[in-house]
Design a protein around this ligand. Structure first.
Ligand SMILES: C[S@@+](CC[C@H](N)C(=O)[O-])C[C@H]1O[C@@H](n2cnc3c(N)ncnc32)[C@H](O)[C@@H]1O
Length: 293
């Protein structure tokens, strides 16, 4: 199990530093921005264009306050200190963009429901990978379609992975603000979602028979080795490659192809492109690809 709590190296968990005075608004210098950008690119592949300086400042200033630090450089040193892996993870978490919602890019889900799934028998152990799952909406949206198609004894699974460990905790909780309903088609709300009452008023919860098929794990798409993730019938790699350099994207597509079963499908975000010089992928729709048998 992963540790999601940032440690405060020199202090006990019951003490913290005094915050710097309000007039001391920390500014991020260009050199500090470069340091954080390089670290993020090295760890995750995410590129931060120069225009993101304000964003980095806004997202990291809470950690400077938390540790009572006056300069971003001090925070950089603290987070990259040997043995302080938890804070480095926290830093990466803070710099990722996690925007997502249920049934985002609905044409993909319609294709899965009406074209892909009917080709599989009801007892087939279908495997789907949501490879940049964020808070889990993409994984649960897919799971609702799989639950509708496969019978109860089928061992279908949805694997949701992301580099951001904090966001995966939210995914595992399967709890969302009730407003998330507006993206879920009516036909899936009643069978697969619960509306919170009493203390859970204002929340939407994914039902346990869906949750039992869905697992979330921390996974860095740009780590040098992937271990044994297995082969999938469908991989959703959506709205993550936009943050990577072209070379990183091409290398990732090559690795992703290696995780598809013959005839398996890859979905990318509508704004993303796929470069496959090997010709192993057949383009079915603008953002839907199929591994040739
Ligand atoms: C904008 S969200 C996309 C979520 C979902 N796929 C969608 O389309 O709605 C991008 C996600 O990619 C994750 N991410 C960024 N770099 C990653 C990496 N190297 N490995 C795994 N996940 C990464 C981020 O943490 C974030 O949750």
């Amino acid at each position: 199990m992963l540790n999601h709590h940032a440690s405060t190296p020199q202090l006990s968990s019951r003490l913290t530093h005094f915050p710097p005075p309000a007039h001391m608004q920390q500014m991020l210098t260009d050199a500090e921005f470069e340091q954080f950008s390089e670290l993020l690119a090295q760890m995750s592949g995410i590129l931060l264009p120069p225009g993101k300086k304000q964003l980095v400042m806004n997202r990291l200033s809470c950690r400077l306050r938390h540790f009572g630090l006056a300069r971003f450089h001090d925070y950089f040193l603290l987070a990259t200190r040997k043995g302080n892996e938890a804070e480095k993870r926290k830093l990466i978490d803070l710099l990722t963009t996690n925007e997502t919602y249920f049934f985002r890019e609905p044409a993909h889900f319609e294709f899965l429901r009406s074209v892909i799934l009917p080709a599989y028998p009801a007892a087939y152990p279908f495997r789907l990978w949501s490879a940049a799952a964020s808070s889990g909406e993409e994984a649960y949206s897919s799971a609702m379609l799989l639950a509708e198609h496969f019978n109860r004894r089928s061992a279908w699974t949805v694997s949701g992975t992301d580099i951001n460990e904090g966001i995966l905790e939210r995914a595992r909780s399967a709890k969302y603000p009730i407003e998330a309903c507006k993206h879920i088609p009516e036909r899936y709300l009643k069978p697969y979602c619960l509306k919170g009452i009493a203390q859970e008023q204002g929340n939407l919860l994914i039902k346990s028979d869906i949750r039992s098929h869905v697992h979330f794990d921390s996974f860095n798409l740009n780590s040098p080795t992937w271990g044994s993730v297995g082969l999938f019938d469908v991989i959703l790699l959506r709205n993550v490659m936009i943050y990577f350099a072209a070379q990183t994207r091409d290398a990732l597509i090559n690795r992703i192809i290696g995780q598809l079963k013959p005839g398996g499908y890859l979905f990318v975000g509508h704004a993303e492109s796929v470069n496959d010089p090997s010709g192993r992928l057949e383009r079915i729709r603008p953002s839907i690809f199929r591994l040739r048998d």
